[in-house]
Structures are given as structure tokens and as C-alpha cells.
Design a protein around this ligand. Structure first.
Ligand code: NDP
Length: 412
């Protein structure tokens, strides 16, 4: 039915590749391309062994380079590019898709390398070009953003006349038995968490100091966890697409151990993203040379690789939307829709932990929605702009079942 080029061979891509291969009637041809071809080869072999899928192709590509991307897309001719590299590559990959007539999907919005700042405007600027080319671009199709936005669309379609208060709650109650590790790319993760907080209230953005606002929230099958208000990208499009929202916030849990390490990392300058000079030994051992390094990128090189956390990861994630508003009966209602994902079950199925799993599965379903003709709309769209129903159905069968609670105390 469809030919997909997946870019990236990291944790999220590993899950997405397994899930695509489990749906061979939709994903009839698959290529995995990334900066390091050996990783693509290893991933392709692991997926074929685990699923019996045959013929995954691999390639090396530098996704920062539009010419290289255009050459690869022109020769492979995919129906869709699934971008599971890093947010830095979003624009170059979108540009290459436009030049070669290819549809596009990603899981994280564009972020310039030299500025810890993410927003959709850079990608929304491509709307007209995708529209004119008759191509579909699906933005933010992981869990958050992604499923959380689809949960909101589902609530708006089936339960509410007017959504007024939206709180997205993201809990990782897992234990990987490491002193400090991030659950996805450390550079992207630390940049996100050390930013100022931001939420939407009464038609404007309200800024907070990083991790300034927090409170205990109770998560299903987990219990209370200290949850911190963060800026998160899906809020930006949701308040535009659901203008009745009076307040929208995003909360994420962090343990004290994690926060203690994060504070030290910041205090000693290891979260800096500007270049510094460093006296590095020459490869041939003949002396040293002054080289430029970015401290946060250096830190990434010494931290545990998120892909290696899976084996001993216990516990589960719980991510959902807590919504208050006016129901279809004209009365005020509350609603909580969520998924709990076990790190161990994710690892047993794909070799990756729950955070990669909860991102890779929705990326696959988003591509499936496009390839099966359910989410085809020329232009650049956030996921809540499509029909949530077929996506919600697939969540239940592809490993991320969801649960609903009505008229409960939302704690928020
Ligand atoms: P990883 O760091 O594990 O993997 C990133 C992959 O991209 C690696 O294979 C890397 O190659 C490759 N890559 C990096 N730069 C380039 C480049 N210039 N050209 C080609 N390939 C490149 O990251 P994750 O799998 O953890 O995350 C993938 C994406 O998912 C990120 O954008 C992240 O922000 C997003 N994400 C979204 C979530 C959501 O819920 N929406 C949640 C979690 C993550 P190499 O190994 O050679 O460096």
C-alpha cells in the first residue's frame, strides 16, 4: 500500500520500525536512513528477525543537508518521509520533501541548534508550499505532542461542546536504576526542561521560571507524583484550534534525584549550548589542539544512551489529558483520558523502553493514517486537525490502549 522512508535510527525510530514491520499490509516497502548507516543496518536486521518482515533497505544520509536528502528521496521515491531524527532537521527534511513531491510526518517541532527555543511558526511557514504542491505534512505525531492532541480532538468531537480547561499530564513512574539518565535524546530533553515554563490563560501566554510551579497529581495505578509545569509544544496549536480554551497547561513528573542532577548540570555550565574552546588530544597522540565543543553535546556523549535503558526499566508511564468544559448536554463536565505503558512490556516487544515506545507507536499510526487515505489533506497540519476516531481505534490495537474517566475530581 505504501512506501516509507524513515529518517533516524535511534530509540523512537527503533519502535516505529518494529511497528511498521508488524503492519506489512500497510507498510509494503521500508527504508531506514540515518547519519550512521551501520545503525540502520543493525536496526533493519533486528526488525526483520523479530517480525519476519523482508527487504528493509538502508542508506546513509546527513539530514542537515538538503541536497543529500533530495538525492535520496529522488532515487527511493517514497510516498512519505517519517522524520524520527532530531528537531534540528525538520526544516531541511520538509524542504527536500517539497523539492521531490513527498509527504511528511514528524514527532517534534523545529528547534534551531544555537537557541533553546521551539515553536511551530517555522514549520507553519511551509503551509502554502505544501498546499500548492498537494502534499500532506503531519506535525507532532508522537505521544506528547501527538496522542495528547488527538485525545483533545476526540474529547471535542464526542464529549464537549466547549473545552475550557485543558491540563496535559505526563508521568514517568519508571525506574531505570541509573543515577541520572534522560528517556530520550539527552540534548533535546535537557534543553526542553531547563527552559522557562509557559502556559495559556485568558487569551495570553504566562511565563514562569523553569520548574517554578509544581504540585502533587495522582496518576492511575501509580499514585501521587510531584508534577512540574513546563512549556510544551502542543499547547501552541491546541489553543488556536480550540479557541474556547481558557487555560491550557502541561505537567511532567520529575523525581528529586533527577532534579538534583539537573541543578548541578546547570550550575557547572554543562547545559550550555554555546561553543567553548577545549584543549583536545590529537588522534595520532602527537599533542593537543584547541577545538570547539558545545558542553551539552559533550554531556550527551557521557550520559547513558536512552536506548540502553530498556533492559532493567521497571514501572510505567501514564500520560493523558484532564479536561473541564461544557458537555453536549449544556452542563459542566470533567473528563480524563489516558494511557499507561509498561516499560518492561515495551522492551520485550521492541527492545526499547516506554518513552520511545509511546512515541514510536503513534508515529507509525500517523503514517498508517496517511497511507490508508484517512489523513490526507494538502498543507501543514497539527494532528488535532484530522479525524481522531480512526487513530484512537488503532491506539487500542497497536499497543497503547486508552481509558476514560468521566466527572471525576481532576485535582487541577
Ligand atoms: P535519538 O538520539 O535516539 O535518535 C536520533 C536519530 O537521529 C539517531 O539515529 C541519529 O543518528 C539521527 N540523526 C541525528 N542527526 C542526524 C542528521 N543530521 N542526519 C541524519 N540522521 C541524524 O533520539 P530519539 O529516538 O530519542 O528521538 C527522536 C525524535 O523523537 C526527536 O526529535 C525527539 O525530540 C522526538 N521525541 C518526541 C516525543 C513525543 O512524544 N512527541 C517524545 C520523545 C522524543 P546518530 O545515531 O548517528 O547520531
Amino acid at each position: 500500500m505504501g512506501k516509507v522512508l524513515m529518517i533516524g535510527a535511534g530509540g523512537v525510530a527503533t519502535v516505529a520500525a518494529h511497528k511498521m514491520a508488524q503492519n506489512p499490509e500497510v507498510f509494503t516497502e521500508l527504508m531506514i536512513a540515518s547519519r550512521t548507516k551501520e545503525k540502520c543496518d543493525r536496526l533493519a536486521a533486528a526488525v526483520e528477525k523479530a517480525t519476519g518482515y523482508k527487504g528493509i533497505q538502508t542508506a546513509r544520509v546527513d539530514a542537515d543537508n538538503v541536497e543529500e536528502l533530495v538525492a535520496l528521496l529522488s532515487s527511493y521515491k517514497p510516498d512519505m518521509v517519517v522524520n524520527l531524527a532530531l528537531p534540528y532537521q525538520d526544516l531541511t527534511i520538509m524542504e527536500a520533501c517539497l523539492q521531490t513531491g513527498c509527504n511528511y510526518l514528524d514527532t517534534a517541532n523545529y528547534e534551531p541548534k544555537d537557541e533553546a527555543h521551539f515553536e511551530y511558526s517555522w514549520q507553519w511557514a511551509y503551509r502554502e508550499r505544501f498546499e500548492k504542491a498537494g502534499l500532506t505534512a503531519i506535525l507532532g505525531c508522537g505521544f506528547d505532542p501527538g496522542v495528547t492532541s488527538i485525545y483533545t480532538a476526540y474529547a471535542a468531537k464526542h464529549h464537549f461542546k466547549e473545552i475550557q480547561y485543558l491540563d496535559i499530564v505526563d508521568c514517568n513512574a519508571g525506574d531505570h536504576h541509573k543515577a541520572f539518565a534522560t528517556n530520550f535524546n539527552p540534548e533535546i530533553n535537557i534543553r526542553e526542561i531547563t527552559q522557562k515554563g509557559l502556559y495559556w490563560e485568558d487569551g495570553k501566554w504566562v511565563e514562569t521560571e523553569p520548574l517554578e510551579i509544581h504540585k502533587d497529581l495522582t496518576y492511575p495505578e501509580i499514585g501521587p507524583r510531584d508534577s512540574y509545569l513546563l512549556h510544551h509544544e502542543e499547547i501552541e496549536s491546541l489553543v488556536i484550534n480550540y479557541p474556547s480554551i481558557k487555560r491550557a497547561r502541561f505537567w511532567m513528573t520529575f523525581g528529586q534525584q533527577y532534579l538534583k542532577h539537573l541543578e548541578v548540570i546547570q550550575n557547572i555550565g554543562m547545559s550550555r549550548i554555546d561553543e567553548i574552546e577545549y584543549e583536545a588530544p590529537l588522534a595520532d597522540g602527537t599533542g593537543t589542539a584547541r577545538v570547539k565543543i558545545v558542553p551539552l553535546q559533550f554531556l550527551k556523549a557521557v550520559l547513558p544512551n536512552p536506548q540502553d535503558l530498556g533492559e532493567n526499566y521497571e514501572g510505567q508511564t501514564s500520560i493523558g489529558c484532564r479536561i473541564r468544559g461544557i458537555g453536549n448536554d449544556g452542563k459542566e463536565h470533567t473528563y480524563y483520558v489516558y494511557n499507561n505503558c509498561s516499560h518492561r512490556a515495551a522492551y520485550e516487544e521492541t527492545g526499547m523502553q516506554g518513552v520511545s515506545y509511546t512515541t514510536g507507536v503513534p508515529a507509525m499510526i500517523g503514517a498508517m493514517m496517511f497511507l490508508t487515505g484517512k489523513w490526507v489533506k494538502a498543507g501543514v497540519h497539527n494532528v488535532e486537525e484530522f479525524d481522531p476516531d480512526p487513530f484512537m481505534e488503532q491506539l487500542n490495537t497497536q499497543g497503547l490502549p486508552w481509558h476514560e474517566l468521566h466527572d471525576i475530581d481532576l485535582e487541577l
